[in-house]
Each structure stands twice: as structure tokens, then as C-alpha cells.
Design a protein around this ligand. Structure first.
Ligand SMILES: Cc1cc2nc3c(=O)[nH]c(=O)nc-3n(C[C@H](O)[C@H](O)[C@H](O)COP(=O)(O)OP(=O)(O)OC[C@H]3O[C@@H](n4cnc5c(N)ncnc54)[C@H](O)[C@@H]3O)c2cc1C
Length: 407
């Protein structure tokens, strides 16, 4: 795909945006990089994109306004919006943006809260067209998906085989796999299968310089083959390896092995003991390194029936003190709730009958157990209830026998 630009026909429409170059060295915690300015001929870029892409190019005021907000409190107006039809479209669009020096960023459902999907560059919205499941194989328990696939679409397809994609943010009916990979999403069922990074085997990615490649775990032999092949991929892998070798001890020492560690770059994935897993290292990188074009995900067993055990505590701090107690009993979900939420529901008259089902307390742990049938799921929950009784200081408890929705 040529990136030759037809400057003659494009209307000149210069837009200047402010960017931050990350500091080469952090001297104090408040240092946030060097401010610089980029001037982009947005009119020419738009015309070029309109001829180069099969998908939609939306640079008008209404579209830019619409995409200036997401689930966060922030508002930033993008230079323009692209809705790519397929991966080739993304490659062509990034090439064009690069030619004009325009920064790019991505969006799936736009449900992340800290403002990652509002910015001043060119926005790629993957949710409208790149939302297909290419392949779902129950035997290998894996799926190959485009980044714009909504999580529930994948879960519903996997449920037919008694499988699911484990991490499930509360926004599961809206959030996309690309967004979940972008911020390493979790959700109540992440105790079943780990965070998103643990459920990604391979990614097809595109860097801003136009390098398109598949990445995953890298055996020593694969690494050698990549190093011999030459080109930009070789350079990237060599630098990643050198970086990891140089900092391996610091990475081991400073990244705590906690189950929901989703902050910062996922550098432990690059350690040799973790398979030099370039795909998992990119999970959580929030679109700062690559655009994800395709993902190969793991799927896990999804119990046919689930039972919910609610544990009541005197306040949220006591609930937090006891949060690890259910874990040895293999729950499939664990969530905490305090009375602010319940009081608000009472004020609004929401679900009064259900609220009466809560056991005594001002904070609760909701612990879900799975089984092949109701008896097995209840028996799994009762094992925890018995265990808590034996501690001599059991919380209030209620095993709910209401039928649960499958999702
Ligand atoms: C009410 C509410 C409840 C929530 N509950 C949870 C929860 O339980 N657990 C949880 O983890 N989160 C939760 N979230 C946060 C959010 O909904 C999830 O993290 C969700 O998975 C984000 O998916 P998304 O498609 O909306 O991503 P977006 O918000 O669109 O994007 C998230 C990140 O991914 C990047 N990205 C998107 N697509 C790509 C791509 N193709 N290539 C590279 N990067 C890309 C974006 O640039 C951004 O950095 C909640 C949010 C709300 C509003």
C-alpha cells in the first residue's frame, strides 16, 4: 500500500496538538516529560485516508465531539476517527498517520475509567467492523478473535461448549477483547482464570513504524530463528531480550506476585521462567506500544450451575481482613460490597425483595461456587461455610438458592 500523498488536492488545514515526550530519566515523581507541539495537516491526512481505506474516516465536528468522551471524567477532542474494516485497513491508516506525524490511539467499548480512550491524536475505533470471532476450537480451548469483539459475544459462543473467557469486567456486555487486552482487565470471575494477560496466548500486532507480526511465548529456538531473520522484528526482539537480561533481577524483585497486579508494563512476562512471552508483556500496555489486530485467547471450563454464598461483616475493613479465607475452597468468583451501595439502592427503592436476602452486616463478600448441578455447587459452598464455622468467629452467612443467569 503506497503512502504517497496527493498534496495538491488536499485542503490545507493545520492542527497543532500538545504532546508529552516521556523523560529519559525520572528525577522526581512529579516529572511528567517534556512538552512539545506537533503540527499536522489534518485536511490532507483526511483526504489521503478517505482514498486509502475501505472503512470509515470521520473527521467532522460531530464525530470528533462524540468521541471526545468515554466512561471517564475526561474530555479531549481527537484529530479524527477511523473505523477500520480489517487489519489491512489499520496498516494503511497507520502508514498514513505516520507520514503526517499524527499520533494514533485505540478504543474498543470506551468503558475504561481513567481516560485512556480520549486523546488528541487519530482514534481507531475497532468495535464497529473488526468484531468477528475467526475461530473457536473447544478441543484446544482457544479462540481467535478480532479486537472489537464484545466480551459477551465470545462468552456466549464459548458457553455452547461449556467454556468461557475467564476475566469478566462488570461491563461485559459492552467491553471488547482489544480493550481488555489494552488494560489487562479482571472482573469477578478472574479468580477462576486469572487476569486477561493469563488468558492471552498470541497477539497479532502493529507498531507505529508499520511492523506487523505475531507474538506469543518465545522458545529459545524461536528466538534464534527470529534473530536470524533480520529486519525490524529482529531488532525489537533483540532489544527486548537485552532489556530483560539487564533488568531481570530488578523485575523479579520489584513486581509483586499478586493475582491482580494490573498496573504498569507487564515486564515479568518477559522473564525466561515465564517463556519470554511478548504477547503477555503487551497486555496492559494501554495502546502505548502497539495496536492489537487479532488475539488468540484461552478458554476455561464454565460450570453448568453456580451457587452464591454471601458473607456479612461489621464493615468493609473487616470484610477486607477476611477476603483470602474463601480462596482455598476454590470459589469461581469473589467480590466485596459495602452498605453505601445497599443504602443507595434502598433510597431508590431498587430490588427491595433481593436486599432483604442479604445476611446481617454492613459489608459483604459475595462468593460464587460452580458445579455440574445445584447439589454439587451448593456442596462446594457448604464446605466453606463449615470451614468458617470452625474458625470460631464466623461471619453471618446466607447460601442463596435463587436460579442464576448463566452469564
Ligand atoms: C461501571 C464500570 C464497571 C467496571 N468494572 C470493571 C471490572 O469489574 N473489572 C475491570 O477490569 N474493569 C472494569 N471496568 C473498566 C472497563 O470497563 C474494563 O476494563 C473493560 O474491559 C475495558 O474494555 P473496553 O473495550 O471498553 O476498552 P476501552 O476503554 O475502549 O480501552 C481500554 C484500553 O485498551 C486500549 N485498546 C483498545 N483497543 C485496542 C487495540 N485494538 N489495540 C491496542 N490497544 C487497544 C485503549 O487504548 C485503552 O488504553 C469497569 C468500568 C465501568 C464503567
Amino acid at each position: 500500500m503506497s503512502t504517497q500523498l496527493d498534496q495538491k488536492q488536499a485542503p490545507i488545514q493545520l492542527v497543532t496538538i500538545t504532546t508529552k515526550t516521556p523523560p529519559a530519566q525520572i528525577n522526581n515523581r512529579l516529572q511528567t516529560g517534556t512538552t512539545s507541539q506537533l503540527t499536522i495537516d489534518v485536511g490532507a491526512l483526511e483526504s489521503h485516508l478517505k482514498t486509502a481505506l475501505k472503512g470509515e474516516v470521520r473527521f467532522g465536528g460531530a464525530d470528533r465531539g462524540m468521541y471526545a468522551s468515554d466512561a471517564s471524567n475526561y474530555r479531549m477532542v481527537p484529530v479524527g476517527v477511523i473505523l477500520p474494516r480489517d487489519a489491512d485497513d489499520v496498516v494503511a491508516a497507520v502508514a498514513a498517520c505516520r507520514s503526517y506525524g499524527a499520533p494514533v490511539f485505540a478504543r474498543g467499548g470506551g468503558t475504561a475509567i481513567p481516560g485512556q480512550t480520549v486523546n488528541a491524536g487519530v482514534l481507531f475505533d475497532f468495535s464497529k467492523y473488526m468484531n468477528h470471532i475467526h475461530e473457536l476450537d473447544p478441543n484446544s480451548r482457544s479462540a481467535r478473535v478480532q479486537p472489537g469483539v464484545v466480551l459477551d459475544t465470545l462468552r456466549n459462543a464459548a458457553n455452547k461448549f461449556g467454556l468461557t473467557f475467564g476475566p469478566d469486567p462488570a461491563t461485559h456486555s459492552r467491553c471488547t477483547l482489544g480493550g481488555m487486552i489494552g488494560n489487562n482487565s479482571c472482573g469477578v470471575h478472574s479468580v477462576l482464570a486469572g487476569e486477561t494477560s493469563a488468558n492471552i496466548d498470541e497477539l497479532e500486532i502493529l507498531t507505529y513504524d508499520g511492523t506487523r507480526m505475531r507474538v506469543g511465548a518465545t522458545s529459545a529456538q524461536q528466538y534464534e530463528t527470529i534473530i536470524q531473520s533480520g529486519g525490524r522484528r529482529t531488532e525489537i526482539y533483540r532489544q527486548l531480550k537485552e532489556f530483560t537480561n539487564r533488568h531481570a533481577d530488578a523485575i523479579r524483585k520489584n513486581f509483586p506476585p499478586i493475582p491482580r497486579r494490573v498496573s504498569g508494563y507487564n515486564l515479568p512476562a518477559l522473564l525466561p521462567e515465564n517463556g519470554f512471552h511478548v504477547a503477555r508483556a503487551l497486555v496492559g500496555s494501554e495502546c502505548t506500544c502497539v495496536l492489537v489486530l487479532e488475539a488468540t485467547t484461552r478458554l476455561v471450563d464454565w460450570p453448568a450451575v453456580r451457587s452464591l454464598l454471601v458473607l456479612g461483616y461489621e464493615d468493609i475493613f473487616h470484610a477486607a481482613d477476611h477476603v483470602t479465607e474463601p480462596l482455598p475452597y476454590n470459589p469461581i468468583a469473589l467480590e466485596a460490597l459495602d452498605d453505601t451501595f445497599i443504602d443507595d439502592m434502598k433510597k431508590k427503592g431498587m430490588h427491595p425483595k433481593n436486599l432483604n436476602m442479604m445476611p446481617e452486616g454492613k459489608a459483604w463478600l459475595l462468593v460464587e461456587f460452580g458445579g455440574r448441578d445445584k447439589n454439587e455447587a451448593d456442596a462446594n459452598a457448604r464446605r466453606l461455610m463449615d470451614g468458617l464455622q470452625k474458625t470460631g468467629h464466623p461471619p453471618s452467612m446466607k447460601l442463596l438458592t435463587i436460579p442464576l443467569r448463566r452469564n
